[in-house]
Design a protein around this ligand. Sequence first.
Ligand SMILES: Cc1ncc(COP(=O)(O)OP(=O)(O)O)c(N)n1
Ligand SMILES: Cc1nc(C(=O)O)sc1CCOP(=O)(O)O
Ligand SMILES: [Mg+2]
Length: 209
Amino acid sequence: MKDFQLYVITGEAFHKNKELVTVMEDAIKGGADFIQLRDKTSSRKEVFEKAKQLKELCQSYEVPFIVNDYIDIAMAVDADGVHVGQDDMPLAHVRKLVGDDKIIGVSTHKIEEALEAEQGGADYIGVGPIFKTNSKEDVVDPVTTSYIKEIKATISIPFVAIGGIKTHNVREVIEAGADAVCVITEVVAADDVQAAAMRMTEAINEAKA
Ligand SMILES: Cc1ncc(COP(=O)(O)OP(=O)(O)O)c(N)n1
Ligand SMILES: Cc1nc(C(=O)O)sc1CCOP(=O)(O)O
Ligand SMILES: [Mg+2]
């Protein structure tokens, strides 16, 4: 899996008057280097159609494309991978279904979950929520940036910090040890999505410098 630093997840509820593909293309133009389709409300048929479009978009920019929750749809559109949570199918079975060449990301909120995902063969883990977020309904309490330090000291596979990350607080997240951050609203809810992604990319690069 190639390195990434700005992972952007779709959030159509936050850009009601703009097309999904336009928003995600603007995010990529602004520096998003990993994309996930996350859709909790559409029919499976609609999710499949969106996945097909985003796969084509991401492929044209050589940006990995991940599907949240729907392993079958990820496979059907030949996505680069899937993202699963703690309540989804166990990792070993996801791996059996998708094969060794696909990326599997696993959400984690505590060290035991992170170690289990690493030992089970996840390619990366999501670590969060770092800060308070309103973008996910069934979210646990913030793990805070000090937890990033703990993860960094414990885990060897790539991890991405997620939850309430904004341009104004991303420095804290990077300084705590994250190499990559994942956002929904900070990018997709912006009036100018490309500019928002560029601001986030610059803030990450400045914090890493
Ligand atoms: C990169 C990344 N990290 C965490 C999540 C959350 O996934 P999950 O726990 O499966 O919850 P839902 O997103 O399905 O509500 C994620 N999607 N991506
Ligand atoms: C989808 C998701 N998963 C989280 C986790 O902690 O696993 S937090 C989150 C929402 C992230 O959205 P925003 O950048 O708008 O806060
Ligand atoms: Mg999920």
